[in-house]
Design a protein around this ligand. Sequence first.
Ligand SMILES: [Fe+2]
Length: 308
Amino acid sequence: MSTFSLDDFIKTHWKKTPATFTVPSSPVAPEHLMLVLARVFERLTNPETMEAAATKLVRFYVDGRQIAAPEYAAFLPTGGSVDEYSATLTERLKGARFGIVINDAHSLLPEAWPAVLAFTAPLIERVGIPAKNVETAIFIGTYAATPFGIHRDLGNSVFTFPVIGRKKFLLWPPDHFAADLLQIYLNPDPSQYVSTATTLVVEPGELSYWPEDWMHVGWDPEAKLHAAFSIGTWSEAQQATQMSELIQSILEKKLPPSYRTEWPSTAELPNELNEAATLLEEAFRTGEFRRALEEQWSRRRERAGFRT
Ligand SMILES: [Fe+2]
């Protein structure tokens, strides 16, 4: 395994082939993981953030099935290390395998941000700012296979830094299953496809990469505790979604959070809708929308493509 060098990586692997490298360090250290879990539960127990946290920030899995709020308590952080936490959690789950996926992990971990930026900024400088965004995730678990199975992430080229334990991925070129996609639903067990897979195995101090659209699954029948930090660069964007989100953020500053009312069924617009339309028209007429877009763009440039 060679040491990661940006020049060689871009020349040989970027958007071409999976690879593994050694690296001086991972942006996320083992001691960050309990901090992140504590912060996840802070979000889940704050009335302002609980819904967003449960839908966008974190997913918990028990024996491959995603669980909901009534079972969250089992995952409450305990102990001083992820090893202790994993042991307690496994006991609470009566031996079941668990998985935790935390999206946008860097937003919960300002401690790791300088290192995340140190890796990402030079890369983005060379390859450009991905049209959708750059984002991070943390995966912690004792699961043998990624709970959501063999899948692809359209437009997403992924870097994975193991934090604890070994990570093993099976990968296939984007069109490998295309002729018979039904097979991954009928026979989802990754072990059936090992013979055709490119296998990547990495440990702390190493880094794995696969190009966008490659079919992939984390798979390791040994299933000891493993934790990894990943950086995904999403090059495929839905422009309409991005624009709508910006319009939404402008309107959220101007409109009350919600109305509770019934409107008379008359031909003319109710006052509140009329007011909302006027605010929106003004945002375009005065250049406010364009300025917001320019500000967002300059922030993305400063933050190496990260939008959060
Ligand atoms: Fe994925």
